[in-house]
Write a protein of this length. Structure first.
Length: 315
């Protein structure tokens, strides 16, 4: 706070007030502002908590799970008419599955399987979609038309149906599921990145880069692409939720491969159908895990979308 000194005896009575010092605090970047908005959004906090718990359980599965994903420590307790449930057998707090596996341990290992499949399939879709989007949005012209017509054909087929078709061709197994889900996501990322890059063509920084004589490739990779990635990152977060659901669906349909007792949420739903009358928890708990995990990624992705939206940032 500044003060003005009173006139000094015998001096000039007109004394100028000191000039206040202005400090340049700098602007707030897009991502810093988005993070600040996310911290104040209850929906984002709820989604982050769910996703954080899911990631911790998946990564720490070897430490948290008492038994391995395919171990059957309680098979002697299983009878044709009864499967132990919550707390009925000491050492198995959530009960057993139809094969005699510890249900809690299988749910934990199932989180790890869902994380691996979800992340890998999203990475495949993101890499393929970005490659097509960069070519179409950066080059344009006939190349853009050819790529986009192929993308339109893929988009005309429902994602799950396309993934089922690809998985059926590649055969059963986790790798086939990842490829199938990833390929089904490629058109989404390609169209989104292409649209974002086209919207950047008329930006002032693009004109400035062209005026400086930078090459087309340098402009695309160093300027146009980095400023177009925001919507793609948001979509990747939302796509993780879809990938978890699709992975469970493909395993439920028998395309995930592996043994019947393998710990995977979709597979657990498959083999729980015959025991719904005597052990409904075998279907309810894996289904609940799938729903909560997908909800967490969806809440976080939607909150990130709102935080990066210029229309809402101004509020």
């Amino acid at each position: 706070m500044s003060t003005t000194l009173p006139p000094q005896p015998g001096g000039d009575t007109d004394v100028a007030a000191p000039v206040p010092v202005v400090r340049d605090t700098g602007g707030t970047s897009l991502w810093k502002d988005a993070f600040r908005r996310l911290r104040k959004n209850p929906q984002a906090i709820a989604g982050a908590v769910i996703v954080g718990v899911f990631l911790l359980v998946a990564v720490l599965a070897p430490l948290l799970a008492r038994y391995g994903g395919e171990e059957l420590p309680g098979r002697t307790y299983i009878t044709p008419t009864h499967i132990p449930g919550f707390g009925e057998v000491e050492g198995f707090p959530l009960g057993l599955d139809r094969f005699g596996g510890d249900l809690l341990s299988k749910l934990i290992w199932g989180a790890q399987a869902s994380l691996v499949i979800g992340v890998m399939s999203t990475a495949i879709g993101l890499a393929g979609g970005m490659l097509l989007g960069i070519i179409a949005g950066g080059i344009g012209g006939k190349v853009d038309n050819v790529i986009m017509r192929a993308v339109d054909i893929l988009l005309s087929v429902p994602n799950l149906l396309l993934a089922v078709s690809i998985a059926a061709i590649l055969g059963q197994g986790a790798f086939a599921v990842m490829i199938a889900i990833g390929v089904a996501q490629v058109p989404i990322f390609a169209r989104l990145l292409r649209s974002s890059m086209i919207s950047q063509r008329s930006a002032e920084y693009m004109l400035a880069a062209q005026t400086l004589g930078l090459s087309r490739g340098a402009i695309i990779m160093n300027h146009q692409l980095p400023n177009s990635l925001g919507p793609v990152i948001v979509q990747a977060t939302l796509t993780l939720a879809t990938a978890v659901i699709d992975a469970a669906a493909l395993s439920f349909l028998g395309l995930g491969g592996g043994r019947p007792q393998t710990a995977e949420w979709g597979r657990m739903l498959t083999y729980a159908q015959a025991e719904l009358g005597i052990a409904p928890q075998l279907a309810f708990l894996p289904g609940l895990c799938i729903a909560i995990t997908a909800l967490g990624f969806t809440l976080l992705g939607e909150s990130l979308r709102e935080a990066l939206d210029p229309k809402t940032r101004a509020k």
